[in-house]
Write a protein that binds this ligand. Structure first.
Ligand code: GAL
Length: 351
């Protein structure tokens, strides 16, 4: 089932709607047309449903948000060093909006767009398409690009997010969703005592500004070894320069099962919370996963009276590696003119 309601109106008169997708098990997600934001992810636990993503109650708070809560992110998720890259021997300067680098597509990225919504299926597997066009030169990126994100809530309690895109020029493209998950419930404090696992034997170390050094390093004996299910606090407690640089976990892990020919989502890892008994499995077709634990949150008012603090949520941002356009040995984020881009990421709730 899909229902739809008015969420707010922007200063320019554009309206923002919220669609609620509910499957036959009573799992539901609220999606805003602003930024394709995943505003709520309700799981039918007893005695009360648990909302497992962080978010806000009002449009004004989303417009002021600097942390991309639940948003679709692009054109290039994560960072491009100094906002500079070359493609086909042309140099590009894209918007630098964070510490002299381009973060999440620049100041007016996909999260700032109002997307056009179409209900694809109103059945037991509700599905909603969100579409937008970004013009040639938007935030400095080449090519007119048409983008479609499809949210589907499957019978297996998977929230599936599929990304489709086509550009009229060669470009770089790296979309993701920036949901912060807390399996104890969005209002329920830190995720530090929850566990995560990732099928990743390597990660991309960064400099102090979160830009990859270019090394693809083993996770062995580092805080980034999540090959066994690990309590987040145990990883954070390790003494490691990368944790200082990231102010905690804010790193891209290289997923072992990725191949460039990959079209379908493969199992990438999970999150588990003893307190609620919930587990979430993550699947993706993308090569990397940025694990970010909301390190800078402090006294941030969230939904329904919640106050978000550091480590209130964990993001599983499926993506190409950060700064790929400047590292030819990373899996390529180039999208050729008129080629069909497709990627898929799925979050499965185990009740
Ligand atoms: C993450 C990024 C963090 C931070 C966050 C937004 O994807 O890795 O460093 O910028 O987005 O608050």
């Amino acid at each position: 089932m899909i229902t739809n309601k008015h969420f707010g109106t922007l200063a320019n008169g554009q309206t923002v709607e919220e669609h609620t997708l509910t499957n036959q098990h009573g799992v539901s997600v609220d999606i805003l047309t602003l930024g394709g934001i995943l505003r709520r992810f309700l799981v039918p636990t007893k005695p009360k449903a648990t909302d497992i993503v962080l978010g806000f109650d009002t449009l004004e708070e989303y417009l002021a948000d600097q942390s991309y809560l639940g948003a679709l992110v692009g054109r290039y998720a994560n960072r491009i060093a100094h906002g500079k890259f070359s493609l086909n021997n042309a140099d590009y300067q894209v918007d630098v909006n964070q510490a002299g680098n381009c973060l999440h597509g620049g100041a007016n990225g996909f999260n700032a767009y109002v997307w056009q919504a179409t209900v694809l299926s109103d059945s037991n597997e509700p599905s909603l398409a969100l579409e937008m066009s970004s013009p040639d030169g938007d935030q400095g990126f080449p090519g007119n690009i048409n983008v479609k994100a499809v949210y589907t809530l499957t019978k297996q309690n998977r929230l599936k997010i599929e990304y489709f895109a086509k550009s009229d020029q060669d470009t770089v493209f790296n979309p993701t969703n920036h949901a912060y998950f807390n399996l104890a419930g969005q209002h329920h404090g830190s995720v530090a005592n929850q566990k995560i696992s990732l099928e990743a034997s390597h990660y991309t170390p960064t400099n102090a500004n979160a830009i990859p050094t270019g090394e693809i390093a083993s996770v062995e004996n580092t805080p980034f070894d999540f090959r066994q299910s690990t309590i987040i606090a145990d990883a954070l407690a390790l003494n490691h320069q990368q944790l200082e640089y990231g102010n905690g976990l804010d790193h891209n892990l290289c997923l072992d099962k990725f191949t460039a020919a990959q079209k379908d989502a493969f199992y990438a890892g999970n999150a588990a919370c003893q307190q609620s008994g919930l587990e979430m499995k993550v699947y993706t077709s993308m090569p990397g996963m940025q694990i970010f634990t909301a390190n800078h949150f402090a006294d941030m008012p969230g939904k329904e009276g919640a106050i978000y603090q550091a480590h209130q949520g964990v993001c599983f941002e499926s993506q190409f590696y950060p700064d790929t356009p400047n590292h030819t040995h990373f899996p390529s984020a180039e999208l050729k003119a008129n080629a069909e881009f497709y990627s898929v990421t799925e979050y499965e709730i185990i009740l």
